[in-house]
Design a protein around this ligand. Sequence first.
Ligand SMILES: *[C@@H]1O[C@H](CO)[C@@H](O)[C@H](O)[C@H]1NC(C)=O
Ligand SMILES: *[C@@H]1O[C@H](CO)[C@@H](O)[C@H](O)[C@H]1NC(C)=O
Ligand SMILES: *[C@@H]1O[C@H](CO)[C@@H](O)[C@H](O)[C@H]1NC(C)=O
Ligand SMILES: *[C@@H]1O[C@H](CO)[C@@H](O)[C@H](O)[C@H]1NC(C)=O
Ligand SMILES: *[C@@H]1O[C@H](CO)[C@@H](O)[C@H](O)[C@H]1NC(C)=O
Length: 496
Amino acid sequence: MYFKFTFCPIILLLWASLSFAQNVNVVIHGAASIAKTDDNFVCVTLDWWPAEKCDYNQCPWGKAGILNLDLRYGALINAIKAFNPLRIKVGGSLQDNVVYKVGEVSSCPNFMKREDGLFGFSQGCLSMERWDQLNRFFNHTGVKLTFGLNALFGRNESQTEKGYKVDSYEFGNQLSGSGMGAKVDAKQYGKDVIVLKNLVKELYAHPETQPKVLGPGGFYEEKWFNTFLEVSGQGIVDGLTHHIYNLGPGDDPNMMNKILDPSYLNQVSQTYKGVSDVVNKFRPQLGAWVSESGGALNDGSKDVSRTFADGFWYLDQMGMASTYDQKVFCRQALIGGNYGLLNATTFVPNPDYYGALLWHRLMGSTVLAVTKESDPDLRVYAHCAKKKPGVSLIFINLSKDRSFNITLSNAKPGDPGKPNYEFVGKQNREEYHLRALTGDIKDDIVCLNDVPMVQTDSEDIPAMDPKLVDASTPISIAAQSIAYVTIRDFEAPACV
Ligand SMILES: *[C@@H]1O[C@H](CO)[C@@H](O)[C@H](O)[C@H]1NC(C)=O
Ligand SMILES: *[C@@H]1O[C@H](CO)[C@@H](O)[C@H](O)[C@H]1NC(C)=O
Ligand SMILES: *[C@@H]1O[C@H](CO)[C@@H](O)[C@H](O)[C@H]1NC(C)=O
Ligand SMILES: *[C@@H]1O[C@H](CO)[C@@H](O)[C@H](O)[C@H]1NC(C)=O
Ligand SMILES: *[C@@H]1O[C@H](CO)[C@@H](O)[C@H](O)[C@H]1NC(C)=O
């Protein structure tokens, strides 16, 4: 049970600070897109970790691992269904320690603590009963599934084709470059992925339902990634996957400062740039995916990952990744660790869950360039609106003490060199203001337009309605808050 808030206290300081608001001119370059994401850009992971996985003297996985998760909870089902569909990647460190109970494999033990095992665990086993259960669950909740395959053990990874819809198979986990726990030479990996591709082609005869092959699902290293794709050659790796953990170890006491520091947040853009250079060279059909990103390593940060403040990292990453043409961004994890979007024992969604759901509903796949007067504390990303006309923007205000009033400009269509003109809308804007319940960014309840986001008694995700705002007033973003804004009558040629 958790205390139910029925309203969000008004924070006087916030309103007072509005009168000292700084005006910022934001230019949306609506003439042409700079990148295109997949329609299901927002993705989450499910991981194999057993309850015995501990870091920094705590064990935050409980029964959230793939072999343990109770799939019957209404709160879990509703949280997934709200996305309609949600892209899920099943994988994680122990993925290369999993045996599948097929063929000659006779015993099927669970993971057990073992000093000399990969990541300190023995091999674990996926029984076909569990595989069936998981697939029924994914089918029932409308999941687009990426399944991470073991790349270290045996060559008989195949399952009998049961007609389950698998969108893609990812090959291996964090074995690229210098690896995490284990590593594989790039040339060997390139050869192995060819074998996997041929196996998938053999098992799934129909090209329309044939799962895609993704890899290597590890940390980006220029030389390793290039060699891997050179060896595998054209048409084998459909999507180039990599992992992002740019906040460092989960027990860093400085975590909150990192999350609020724009120059720290910017550093990882080098990685996105590197990955997109590799993609431009080898042109895999599905481009680049961030197939796992939890922010902080080793289960996330106990004090920060579940809080409102984590959104300053997470939503900014999704914005940044999409400007670098990353097609999918998988958050570690849907449930489990400290970074789970759902609490591992109560299944209660945290603020990042709601931030992700709004992204999924509002931000279309076409990415637009944004420029603004230099104020690094205000982060802005613009996409064409999802499914309907107009543009959707996300504003992230990292500043502790400054509010911003925004003036929007539209770059002149077909004439990018010319001065921008101020955009004056006529239709009401749809605004979604997110802030921490008590104004403290360490809160783990988020308010949307002053309504606290808590599940209803039936464990449904609450309605997430916009506030309609008169087009003649400036967009204003409170200190340390996040806002999505959809403007239906902003005519960006790239969005038509
Ligand atoms: C910012 O917008 C608010 C609300 O419209 C207004 O009261 C305030 O004067 C504006 N501040 C500036 C500096 O323009
Ligand atoms: C893989 O399959 C082949 C042929 O079906 C068999 O000979 C081999 O023993 C199997 N290997 C493992 C590790 O199960
Ligand atoms: C998935 O569910 C649909 C009904 O919602 C059913 O028709 C279909 O057979 C299911 N597919 C599998 C592989 O279970
Ligand atoms: C999950 O909720 C329980 C009960 O409210 C709380 O004690 C625990 O810290 C939460 N876990 C995380 C990772 O937020
Ligand atoms: C960011 O928040 C600060 C603190 O309330 C506020 O003064 C400032 O106007 C906000 N910035 C923007 C761009 O909204």
